[in-house]
Design a protein around this ligand. Structure first.
Ligand code: MSP
Length: 417
């Protein structure tokens, strides 16, 4: 690896990758762990290349969803979030996640960052008071359009949304419709893969509405500055985590900001590709360089999710096969960006054929030959016969499954040789 490092890294650069902060109304399942496991792989790759890496992780602890979960657990929300956040950290440790910083949105430093953003957006004249009427899905922590419902219910959470009519603070989102379209046209790399970019562009072209960014307060969440009858809308606060975690508003946040990539699932692409950049434009802060949107792991074609009751525990899987094998399977199985089925049978099969047979044999053969012919000392490696540039290209473009394909050309090549 040292050889690859000197050959491919001519200078050290910084690399800031983020993961979504998860709602902690439960523990991670294979689907939710996927994004963090993928980000971990990318962070490790960049460290190996000699880059200075910031890999952030965290928990989204405000909002109604968490309040309801605490009520169900018959705990005070503050006690509940403290307990569950610890469990998430333990789970990530069990899965070998190498995050550099962890952010909880109930921390005082986060409130400070959110207030700073609100002040900037307000100073820009982008916040006003108005009446919102709509159908709120607590599972989504978002308003749904009537045409998104099936038999009057949210199809993902299988619940009837609440009819809400209240006075809220609004963000002038509409104003940023054209600037967003211009930014995307100028920076095609901003939203990846291209299919997701096309979806966002189509959505933008249909027209935006201003966004309600506060809720009547239910004694939980960040109180609206100077109006404690309202709480900051949980998504408006959650997105700011990417700044808080690198010490915003302290001046040195620019050591890391703008983020090189926000890794997110397709259900939250709108929040990251529309709301978040619009908030940043309004606040006069640089936009992240890229939002990379990945697909879902499904079981029998349905998204793996706690509310659908098909969740699989990644820690149990890692216990049976090892963390590396789980990481390998998840990235190998589906093209990064698309959807794919999770199957224990496939996992078992991939484990036996690709890891045990192919990789296992390659390692075994090489180490036997090194012992037999080189007295157990590898010495300086000659230049690889096959170009590894394609592997680096795939890793840098976040085509993680393609990087594995490329790696496997070598594994197979070694065995044949
Ligand atoms: N709290 C918000 C994110 C705020 S980020 C500023 C949230 N949390 S979540 O816990 O519901 O989802 C976290 C991530 O898990 C999302 O990126 C979502 O796409 C991802 N996944 C949830 N189920 C998944 C699968 N079955 N497969 C792949 N990813 C999935 O949304």
């Amino acid at each position: 690896m040292a050889a690859a490092k000197t050959r491919y890294t001519s200078f050290m650069s910084k690399f800031y990758i983020t993961t979504p902060i998860y709602y902690i109304n439960g523990l991670p399942h294979v689907g939710t762990a996927y994004c963090t496991i993928a980000a971990d792989v990318v962070a490790r790759y960049h460290r190996q290349q000699g880059n200075e890496v910031m890999f952030s992780a965290g928990t989204d602890e405000n909002g109604q969803k968490i309040l309801q979960a605490a009520e169900q657990a018959k705990k005070k929300p503050s006690v509940y979030v403290d307990e569950v956040a610890e469990k998430w950290k333990t789970t990530w440790a069990q899965l070998g996640i190498s995050y550099d910083r962890f952010i909880r949105t109930t921390e005082p430093r986060h409130k400070k960052a959110v207030y700073d953003i609100i002040a900037k957006v307000q100073a820009k004249g982008d916040i006003y008071k108005g009446i919102y009427e709509g159908l709120y899905c607590v599972g989504h922590e978002a308003f749904l359009r009537p045409d998104e419902l099936v038999d009057g219910k949210c199809p993902e959470h299988n619940t009837v949304p609440e009819k809400v009519k209240e006075e809220n603070y609004f963000f002038k989102l509409k104003k940023y419709q054209q600037p967003l379209l211009d930014h995307i046209a100028k920076h095609p790399e901003f939203i990846q893969p291209a299919t997701r970019r096309n979806e966002i562009v189509a959505f933008l072209k249909r027209g935006l509405e201003d966004l309600s960014i506060s809720r009547k307060r239910a004694n939980w969440g960040i109180p609206w500055p100077e109006d404690s009858s309202q709480a900051v809308y949980v998504w408006f606060d959650a997105l700011v985590n990417y700044l808080t975690v690198v010490d915003y508003p302290d001046a040195d946040y620019t050591k890391w900001w703008p983020a090189d990539v926000h890794l997110v699932g397709k259900d939250i692409s709108r929040f990251h590709c529309i709301y978040w950049p619009a908030m940043l434009m309004s606040a006069g802060i640089e936009l992240p360089k890229q939002v990379f949107v990945h697909g879902f792991f499904t079981i029998d074609g349905q998204k793996i999710s706690k509310s659908l009751g098909n969740a699989i525990d990644p820690v149990e899987l890692a216990g049976s096969y090892g963390v590396d094998a789980l990481r390998f399977y998840l990235l190998r199985e589906i093209s990064f960006g698309g959807d794919g089925e999770f199957s224990r049978e496939r996992f078992h099969q991939v484990y036996n054929t690709e890891l045990a047979n192919e990789l296992g044999n390659a390692v075994q053969r090489v180490s036997t030959m090194v012992t037999r012919y080189l007295g157990g000392r590898l010495g300086v490696l000659p230049k690889a016969s096959h170009d590894v540039g394609l592997y680096h290209e795939a890793m840098n473009g976040l085509r993680l499954d393609r990087a594995l394909d490329e790696l496997w050309v070598h594994v197979k090549g070694v065995n044949q040789y």
